[in-house]
Ligand binder design. Structure first.
Ligand SMILES: [Fe+2]
Length: 149
């Protein structure tokens, strides 16, 4: 099975976010095919940069939704996004300096980071966004915890 394929298990229930996740994975799949077919770094550079900027835009979208909902995971999720963007720009810098290091496996590695984020960090975060009662319960629990100090 294609490790970068969209799976039913990634559905969060928030259609706009699921569409963005799907689009990001599709971009990575296209990049990987192009590179596997022999495309060089300079031939896919604009696609790579577009993928990076879409990722950034998508993270901002999630952060905006989280901020509006006063989401209890906002700070930790934003930190996870910053870490992921740092990893991605590390890979981009690496292949910019050494274009021959850009292989289908490079794209797989980026895809795996993105997929891990979706599975382990987005899904629990999005669960709260799509379940207002649970979100309210956790917000109340946070306030109670704050009152202890
Ligand atoms: Fe996220």
């Amino acid at each position: 099975m294609d490790g970068l394929a969209w799976q039913a298990a990634f559905v969060s229930g928030l259609a706009e976010i699921d569409q963005e996740h799907q689009a990001l994975l599709a971009m990575l799949q296209q990049l990987r095919s192009a590179i596997a077919a022999g495309a060089t770094f300079s031939q896919v550079k604009s696609q790579l940069l577009a993928c990076a900027s879409e990722t950034q835009r998508h993270f901002q979208h999630e952060e905006t939704l989280m901020a509006a909902a006063n989401h209890p995971l906002y700070l930790s999720h934003r930190a996870a996004h910053q870490n992921l963007l740092r990893d991605l720009s590390g890979v981009l810098e690496e292949v910019q300096e050494h274009p021959t290091k850009l292989t289908p496996e490079t794209i797989e590695a980026i895809g795996n980071l993105v997929l891990r984020h979706i599975r382990e960090e987005d899904l629990p975060m999005l669960y709260l966004l799509t379940h207002p009662e649970e979100l309210a319960r956790q917000q109340a629990a946070e306030l109670t915890a704050e009152n202890v100090f």
